[in-house]
Design a protein around this ligand. Structure first.
Ligand SMILES: [Fe+2]
Length: 440
């Protein structure tokens, strides 16, 4: 966000908007939908609603002397992983919590919203900057959980043989169109500045801004499509160990993978499950719900490789600067013109459409998160945020890979060129896809 929006009134408006968007995502749900936990990595929607509320209670309201929590045990139930904050309920057992009820959970939200609005009113009179910062973190945190609500719901609904369509109207707005030939955009070598700098919000893992030598490379101008991925499958991609990393091949064998998550053979065709129900695979749209292992194997099959995160960010900055004549740290330009975010209400990647100008990359932001070959590690000189919020990102910097760019389940104001998402290499339930790179 821009500096001007960071004042108290801007913060209050954004608080209301972010909290309302979370609840708008839940509007089509029935009470039973809120409680299902389909696997350890996914949480029930009700838990997301309460946990994001707990975050404001703990890191904002609870920082003030004499604060009385809404419920004495909600801290135990809805703390996710903050060890320094206290004991917590087991993550894989979030689905056994029939109480608090959905109604009580919404009452919890109402109460904390009321207290937060009182506090934001005091902000107008000048409140400590550390509280304003914690509110900012809480808003970006809630946006992350908006994406998780969508991906966790999708996973839960996919377990149901009825294949329920949670957002049946989403498909109606689909833009369609052809992906067009995949082209590579070339980038010369050089010392590049990577990472976040400036007054706008960013997570601690995006800093400090630092220099990286990036060799000459080419980056695909769009993500890999379902049609291209089908060609990999038909060429025996899932039965050729020479294409796979060792641990990737182990995952293929152990899990019986033969297609991206949510793909199913139906007669002679292939169907996939979406949040607007099952349908035929669209060969023009970006392939989604692939693991790092699958992305890496596909790239090897295609005679290419995955980009490093420094290459990805270099290309994104150049694309965004092309529109704004600036570094592109927070503004969205040409790279997002064809990007599809959660705000659009479709929750599924779409065909990219033609490039806005010759050589401009498409869908760098939005549609699908793009696996990079970069391990999720601290930037040189990285310092976690002080206090318990220091547990937010830093402690997960092992055994995960960085993804860039946001997806059709990401709120548009959440993502930026420096944003680092991260998941283990076998994770498939996020909206993760593939963008190829090549050496020059
Ligand atoms: Fe969280």
């Amino acid at each position: 966000m821009e500096q001007a929006e960071r004042g108290a009134s801007g913060l209050r408006a954004r608080y209301d908007a972010v909290r309302a968007f979370t609840e708008a995502l839940c509007a089509p749900l029935c009470p039973e939908d809120y409680v299902v936990q389909s696997m350890a990595d996914a949480s029930p929607v009700k838990w997301h609603l309460a946990h994001t509320t707990w975050f404001f209670e703990t890191f904002v309201l609870g920082q003030r002397a004499g604060y009385a929590p809404f419920h004495p045990q909600f801290g135990y139930l809805f703390n996710s992983y903050y060890v320094s904050v206290g004991e917590r309920h087991s993550r894989p057992r979030r689905g056994v919590l029939s109480r608090p009820t959905v109604e009580e959970t919404y009452r919890y939200r109402r109460c904390v919203d009321e207290r937060m609005r009182g506090l934001l009113g005091e902000l107008d009179a000048g409140l400590a900057g550390d509280l304003a910062f914690a509110i900012e973190v809480g808003l970006h945190h809630e946006q992350q959980h908006q994406e998780l609500i969508l991906t966790d719901l999708k996973h839960a609904m996919a377990q149901n043989p009825l294949r329920p369509a949670i957002y049946p109207g989403a498909r109606a707005g689909r833009s369609g169109g052809a992906a067009g030939e995949l082209r590579y955009v070339e980038h010369g070598e050089g010392v590049r500045w990577i990472g976040h700098e400036g007054a706008a919000f960013a997570f601690d893992n995006e800093s400090p801004r630092h220099r990286v030598f990036v060799g000459p490379f080419a980056l695909a101008d769009r993500p890999v499509t379902c049609g291209e991925y089908l060609a990999f499958m038909r060429d025996g991609g899932y039965s050729r160990p020479e294409l796979w990393l060792s641990s990737g091949w182990d995952a293929v064998v152990a899990n019986g993978w033969e297609a991206p998550l949510y793909w199913e053979r139906q007669g002679g065709g292939v169907q996939l499950f979406t949040l607007h129900g099952p349908r035929e695979v669209d060969v023009e749209e970006p392939v989604c719900h692939v693991s790092y292992y699958e992305a890496d194997a596909y790239a090897r099959w295609a005679g290419a490789r995955l980009p490093t995160e420094a290459e990805w960010e270099t290309a994104a900055r150049e694309a965004l600067a092309g529109e704004h004549g600036a570094a592109g740290g927070g503004a969205h330009g040409e790279a997002t013109r064809h990007g599809n975010f959660a705000d659009r209400g479709r929750y599924h990647p779409e065909p990219p459409g033609p490039p806005p100008r010759q050589g401009a990359p498409r869908q760098l932001l939005g549609d699908v998160w793009e696996w990079t070959s970069s391990a999720y590690a601290p930037y040189p000189g990285y310092r976690p945020w002080p206090g318990a919020l220091g547990e937010y990102n830093g402690k997960f910097m092992s055994n995960q890979l960085v993804l860039r760019g946001g997806s059709c389940a990401t709120p548009e104001t959440h993502v930026r060129a420096t944003y680092r998402n991260f998941f283990p290499p076998d994770a498939r339930w996020q909206m993760s896809g593939i963008r190829l790179a090549r050496d020059l």
